[in-house]
Design a protein around this ligand. Structure first.
Ligand code: NAP
Length: 485
C-alpha cells in the first residue's frame, strides 16, 4: 500500500479539462500540482475561438461543470465569450487560477527513473510523477494548401485566429468551409458585411434549434432555487444521451431516421429558392458528419447579400478566390473555416515513456488510447478527451468529469497494490482497439461521408458504444488491463 497523495502532478493545459483536473486533484487530497498553460489566459477552445457568432451548440445548463451550475446563462445556447467568463470565474472560485503558470508551453516529457522530466519552451524544467494531458481536441488549425494562399492582398485568417481588431463592416467577405464554425459565422456577419460568399465543398444537414434567451425571472429562479437548474440539467442530459449520443452508434436506428427527417423538413421549409435548396441538400445521412445545429443559417444564406458558391476553389489570388470554372470572386477578407488537424492531440509535444519509447512511434498509424485515457509504455500519463473519447454533439465536460473520476480511481488502486507506475498493457490496447474498430463500422459516422471523425483508414475514431457503456467503464478501472511497476 502506497499513499500517492504526496506525488507531484503536472497538468498540461488550462482549458475546461485542465481546470477540472486541478479542482478534482485538490479535492481528493493531491495537492502538489501545477497547471502549465502555453497562452496568457485560461479557457482553451473558448479563448482561441472568438469568431463572430461563436457559441456552444450544447445547451448551456448541460455544458457546465456538475459542481458549478450557473444561474446566469443568458440563452439556451450561450455565446463563447460568456462561456470563457464562466471558466475564468470557476477557476477563480475554486482557487485554480493561482496554480496556473501562464505563457508556459510544455515541449517535451521524458519518463526516466520513475519520474517525468518536463521541458518547457522557455528552457525551464520540472519533474513530476504523474502527467494529466488536458491539451484539448481541436487546437491546431488546419489550412488547406490552396494555391496562391500568400498572394491574397486582403486580410485572411483561420477561424481560431480571428482578428479582433478587424471590422467586417461593408467588406466583401469570403467564407471557406461549411462546418460548425462557418455555419455560426455566416448569420452573425451577414448584416454588417457588403457581401458574404460561402465557398461550400460539401453541404450540411442543419437541425433547427430554439436559442431563446432566459428571462430575468428565469435566471432569478435558478439563483434562488438551484434545484430548478439541476432538474433542467438532468433533463437535458437525458435528452442528449438517449435522444442523441446513444442513437449515433447504430446507423439503422429509427431515432436517427427521425433526426434526418427533421433536418430534411428544415431544409425544405426554410429555403424558398429551389435551386439554392438543392445546392444546400447533402447526399449523405444526417449526423454522418457532426450534426450542425443552427437557428439562423438558412435565413442568413437567403439574404440578398449572401452568395453560395459550390464551384471548387482553384486558388487564391491578389484580388480574391478563383474557382475552377475560371471566375474570380473579388474579396476584401477571407475567413478560413477549414477545421483542425484532428490527429494532433497532445502533439506537437514530444513524449517518451518506458525504455525511451516515443508516443509518436506508437501512434504511427494514428492516435489511439486504451479507454481513451492511457497508452501502453507511456506510464503515469493520462489524457482527457484524448483519442477514442466520445465526441459528437455532446458535452465534453460530462465526459471529462467521468474521465477524471476514472483516473482518481486508478491512482487509488495503484496505491493499493503498492505501485508507483502504471500504463495500459499492449494486450488491453489491442483488444480495445479491435473491438472499437468493429463497433465503429456500425455507427452513423461510417455511413458514407467525409468528416474529421474518420481516421486515415476511413474508420470513425470516436467511442463507438453507448454513453451508458462509457459511464460504466469509467466507474472502475480494470486493473488487469494495466501494467504496474
Ligand atoms: P470542420 O467541421 O472540420 O469543417 C471544415 C470545413 O472546411 C468543411 O466544410 C470542409 O469541407 C472545408 N474544407 C476543408 N478543406 C477544404 C478544401 N481544401 N477546400 C474546400 N473546403 C475545405 O471545422 P469547424 O467548422 O471548425 O468545426 C470543427 C469542429 O469544431 C466541429 O465539428 C465541432 O466539433 C467543433 N465546433 C463546435 C462548435 C460548437 O458549437 N460546439 C462550434 C464550432 C466548432 P468538407 O466538408 O467537404 O470536408
Amino acid at each position: 500500500m502506497k499513499d500517492l497523495r504526496k506525488s507531484r502532478f503536472v497538468i498540461i493545459g488550462a482549458g475546461m479539462s485542465g481546470i477540472l483536473t486541478a479542482i478534482k486533484l485538490a479535492e481528493s487530497g493531491y495537492d502538489d500540482f501545477v497547471v502549465y498553460e502555453k497562452a496568457d489566459r485560461l479557457g482553451g477552445t473558448w479563448r482561441e475561438n472568438r469568431y463572430a457568432g461563436v457559441a456552444c451548440d450544447v445547451p448551456s445548463h448541460f455544458y457546465s461543470y456538475s459542481f458549478a451550475l450557473n444561474p446566469s446563462w443568458s440563452r439556451r445556447f450561450s455565446p463563447g465569450a460568456e462561456i470563457q467568463s464562466y471558466f475564468e470565474k470557476v477557476a477563480e472560485d475554486f482557487g485554480v487560477t493561482s496554480r496556473i503558470r501562464f505563457g508556459s508551453e510544455v515541449t517535451r516529457c521524458h519518463f526516466e527513473a520513475g519520474r517525468w522530466e518536463i521541458e518547457l519552451a522557455d528552457g525551464s524544467r520540472d519533474q513530476a510523477r504523474f502527467i494529466v494531458a488536458a491539451t484539448g481536441v481541436l487546437h491546431e488549425p488546419f489550412v488547406p494548401d490552396f494555391e496562391g494562399l500568400e498572394d491574397f492582398e486582403g486580410d485572411s485568417f483561420h477561424t481560431a485566429r480571428w482578428d479582433d481588431s478587424l471590422s467586417l463592416k461593408g467588406k466583401r467577405v469570403g467564407l471557406v468551409g461549411t462546418g460548425s464554425s462557418s455555419i455560426q459565422i455566416l448569420p452573425a456577419i451577414v448584416e454588417e458585411v457588403d457581401t458574404v460568399t460561402l465557398f461550400q465543398r460539401t453541404p450540411q444537414w442543419i437541425l433547427p434549434i430554439d436559442n431563446t434567451a432566459y428571462t430575468q425571472e428565469e435566471k432569478q429562479a435558478f439563483e434562488t432555487e438551484p434545484a430548478l437548474m439541476q432538474t433542467l440539467r438532468d433533463e437535458t442530459a437525458e435528452m442528449m444521451i438517449d435522444g442523441f449520443a446513444n442513437i449515433l452508434i447504430d446507423a439503422d436506428s429509427p431515432a436517427l431516421k427521425a433526426v434526418h427527417d427533421t433536418c430534411e423538413a428544415n431544409l425544405n421549409e426554410s429555403v424558398k429558392d429551389p435551386e439554392l435548396r438543392e445546392k444546400l441538400r447533402p447526399d449523405y445521412r444526417a449526423a454522418c458528419k457532426r450534426l450542425i445545429m443552427s437557428e439562423g443559417f438558412y435565413d442568413g444564406i437567403q439574404r440578398p447579400n449572401a452568395k453560395l458558391e459550390t464551384g471548387a476553389i482553384d486558388g487564391f489570388e491578389a484580388g480574391g478566390i478563383r474557382t475552377q470554372d475560371g471566375r474570380l470572386h473579388e474579396l476584401d477578407v477571407i475567413i478560413l473555416a477549414t477545421g483542425f488537424k484532428v490527429d494532433a492531440f497532445v502533439r506537437p509535444m514530444e513524449v517518451t515513456g518506458w525504455d525511451g519509447v516515443a508516443l509518436d512511434g506508437i501512434w504511427q498509424e494514428g492516435p489511439r488510447a486504451y479507454m481513451a485515457i492511457s497508452v501502453p509504455q507511456i506510464p503515469n500519463f493520462f489524457m482527457l478527451n484524448g483519442p477514442n473519447s466520445p465526441v459528437g454533439n455532446f458535452s465534453l465536460i460530462e465526459i471529462a468529469e467521468l474521465q477524471v473520476a476514472y483516473i482518481l480511481a486508478l491512482l487509488e488502486q495503484l496505491g493499493e497494490v503498492g505501485g508507483t507506475e502504471v500504463a495500459s498493457t499492449p494486450e488491453a490496447m489491442s483488444r480495445f482497439d479491435r473491438e472499437r474498430r468493429e463497433a465503429a463500422k456500425k455507427t452513423i459516422w461510417n455511413s458514407g461521408c467525409r468528416s474529421w471523425y474518420l481516421d486515415s483508414s476511413g474508420l470513425p475514431t470516436a467511442w463507438p458504444w453507448t454513453f451508458d457503456r462509457f459511464q460504466e467503464e469509467m466507474q472502475a478501472p480494470r486493473m488487469a488491463d494495466y501494467e504496474v511497476r
